[in-house]
Design a protein around this ligand. Structure first.
Ligand code: SDX
Length: 431
């Protein structure tokens, strides 16, 4: 880290500690507290890491006030409009937009790794049919380290690269298999003559009884959903992948940990929870009741799909997804979809409510993604698996960046201990 001359001074209990200030290429400066415990015998305290930078990264930048999201400097709305998911994968992984030749070679590598080891089907068959697809994905992705031993040595850049390609290539196949397994239909193999999003849609919705043609508008909408969910700085699941990776765990285990964390309804599980909430609201006339509940401090209910740790303005991804929602619903002739009407009216009423305006609670990426995915025919249980397959490239890009960081140390936070102080054991007869 190139230090500059600026420092922050902390004075307490007769001690004065100077700490370097590092300046980013964009965003807030950081105060480097790495020597604070050694020099001051104190920890900092920041549950939820609201004011803590856990790493240095070149990949994604978010400006929560402006509602801006940059991948390697490129704004998400330009990437969503002009690029496509696999090109964004290349950008996230290697730092620059590919030439036509580089893109063709990369897409060829991914295409040639979309099949999974045939014995993985036996692994699937160990799950109950009603298993949540996220439970299956967490298990199957973790088990990839048992099927692909030749890409688990993290000290070997070549093995790291093949594990990266395998994860990006196979996650759609695994997600589609989890869906097919849950509905009792046969698995559909990937095809090399289809693009990434079309391949995934076909693996989900084709079946042996008839031909399946992917609608290009649905394929474009799916590719846009994947592009918009690809990476998002140091969110909870990405931080989970980094922490797991800091111990030297293999990449498949680290991505499985990220999938497990993403499942939470406060994080990637919000798209499923948002659709379930919209269905629970049911009709436009019940919206005020739910808005009142969301504002009631005694009620744990929150408007799923609203709010964000970083965005205190509209989530730029939600803006793009709202446009896709209109296109997909018009194509499918469901623009008068009752749930969409509830969603639009809920957004309108929430944004007009002082509570949400004061707390800067705007629709986030999960508010619209669920609406589109439901219109495409996915069950709500498949919403977070689709988020996970998209975010895999973000997780593995951040993991690659961390493994290659010369400052890499195992992540080991400290604590504010509030428990019992030293005391002696007492025998049960004396308690
Ligand atoms: C994702 O980090 C990322 O980048 C995540 C993500 C990504 O791409 O990786 O963007 C994906 O996870 C998007 C977020 C999806 N989650 C949801 O939609 C679930 C509903 N949202 C909330 O759970 C909440 O907004 C969070 C978890 C998203 C953010 O919570 P914070 O930043 O910790 O804020 P907070 O919980 O401290 O809330 C601040 C205030 C509180 O009120 P006060 O205690 O100050 O009086 O706002 C209120 C909260 O009660 N609040 C809400 C609310 N979200 C926050 N009130 C009603 N409804 C909500 N949705």
């Amino acid at each position: 880290m190139a230090d500059n001359t600026r420092t922050a001074t902390l004075t307490f209990d007769g001690k004065t500690i100077e700490m370097p200030i590092h300046s980013p290429s964009v965003g807030p400066d950081v105060i480097d507290i790495r020597k604070l415990y050694a020099q001051g015998d104190v920890f900092t305290y920041d549950p939820g890491f609201t004011s803590t930078a856990a790493c240095s990264s070149d990949i994604t930048f978010i400006d929560g006030v402006k509602g801006e999201l940059l991948h390697r400097g490129y704004p998400i709305d330009q990437l969503a409009e002009k690029s496509h998911y696999l090109e964004v994968c290349y950008l996230l992984l290697y730092g620059e937009l590919p030439t036509a030749t580089e893109l063709e070679k990369f897409e060829g590598h991914v295409t040639n790794h979309t099949m999974v080891h045939e014995q993985m089907m036996n692994f699937f068959r160990g799950f109950r049919r009603d298993a949540h697809p996220m439970a299956i994905m967490t298990g199957v992705v973790g088990a990839m380290s048992a099927f692909y031993h030749d890409s688990t040595d993290i000290a070997d850049p070549k093995q790291r690269e093949i594990a990266t390609i395998r994860l990006i290539a196979k996650l759609p196949t695994i997600a589609a298999m989890a869906y097919k397994y849950s509905i009792g239909q046969p698995f559909v193999y990937p095809r090399n003559d289809l693009d990434y999003a079309s391949n995934f849609l076909r693996m989900c919705f084709a079946h042996p009884a008839e031909d399946y043609q992917v609608d290009p508008i649905l394929s474009r909408a799916m590719d846009r959903i994947l592009t918009l969910h690809a990476d998002h700085e140091q969110n909870a699941s990405t931080s989970t992948v980094r922490l797991a990776g800091s111990s030297g765990a293999n990449p498949f285990a680290c991505i499985a940990a990220g999938i497990a964390c993403l499942w939470g309804p406060a994080h990637g599980g919000a798209n499923q929870a948002c659709l379930e909430m919209l269905n629970e609201i049911g009709t436009v006339d019940r919206i005020p009741e739910f808005i009142a509940r969301a504002k009631d401090k005694e009620d744990p209910f929150r408007l799923m799909g609203f709010g964000h740790r970083v965005y205190k303005n509209f989530d730029p991804r939600a803006k793009v997804l709202k446009q896709s929602a209109d296109e997909v619903l018009e194509l499918l002739g469901v623009e008068d979809n009752e749930i969409l009407q509830v969603a639009m009216e809920l957004e309108k009423q929430a944004l007009a409510d002082p509570y949400f305006a004061e707390k800067k609670l705007f629709p986030n990426v999960d508010f619209y993604s669920g609406i589109i995915l439901e219109a495409m025919g996915f069950p709500t249980s498949m919403f977070t698996p689709i988020f996970a397959l998209s975010r895999t490239v973000g997780w593995i890009s951040q993991w690659q960046e961390m493994i290659g960081d010369p400052e890499l140390k195992i992540g080991r936070p400290r604590q504010l201990y509030k428990g019992a102080t030293l005391r002696d054991y007492t025998d049960v007869e004396n308690r």
